[in-house]
Design a protein around this ligand. Structure first.
Ligand code: ZN
Length: 142
């Protein structure tokens, strides 16, 4: 289900366990969001890799850094020849040239991957945020 207006898009995917029904180039459990949501500054994928399964290739990028946020399960990441365990709460930033691959260990591995052009973030929350006087239903209206 998708809800869209000029300033937002909401996509309701349901449980991340359903990600196993998504497919990308034969890689089950991988779902890209940029085109679905109209993202223009980053690509985001939601991932569920079945227990015991590993990516069949190593890849790098030309311009984009990637941030992997492990949200559930346990697995192993390979980066530039090193392998190390990951689990819920592991957060991994990889520069474009980093050679990477990963596998799920004895549990399904759930993670979010955010991909953005390295060096493109020139201002973050405090410099870019604008505090408004608009109130929501949960704010004291006094
Ligand atoms: Zn990648």
């Amino acid at each position: 289900m998708k809800d869209r207006s000029d300033n937002y898009t909401i996509l309701e995917l349901g449980s991340f366990e359903n990600l196993s029904m998504k497919d990308y180039n034969g890689l089950g459990g991988k779902y890209f969001l940029a085109s679905e949501l109209g993202l223009t500054g980053c690509e985001v994928s939601l991932n569920r890799l079945p227990a015991g399964q590993g990516m069949p290739f190593v890849h790098a990028h030309k311009q984009n850094e990637e941030l992997y946020i492990i949200t559930k399960g346990m697995g192993t990441f390979f980066i530039d020849g090193s392998e190390f365990p990951v689990q819920e709460g592991s957060i991994i930033r990889i520069a474009p040239g980093g050679e990477r691959s990963w596998k799920a260990d004895d549990q399904d591995l759930y993670f979010v991957c955010i991909q953005a052009k390295e060096g493109s973030l020139t201002q973050a929350t405090k410099q870019d945020g604008i505090l408004l006087s608009t109130k929501t239903s949960w704010m004291n209206q006094l």
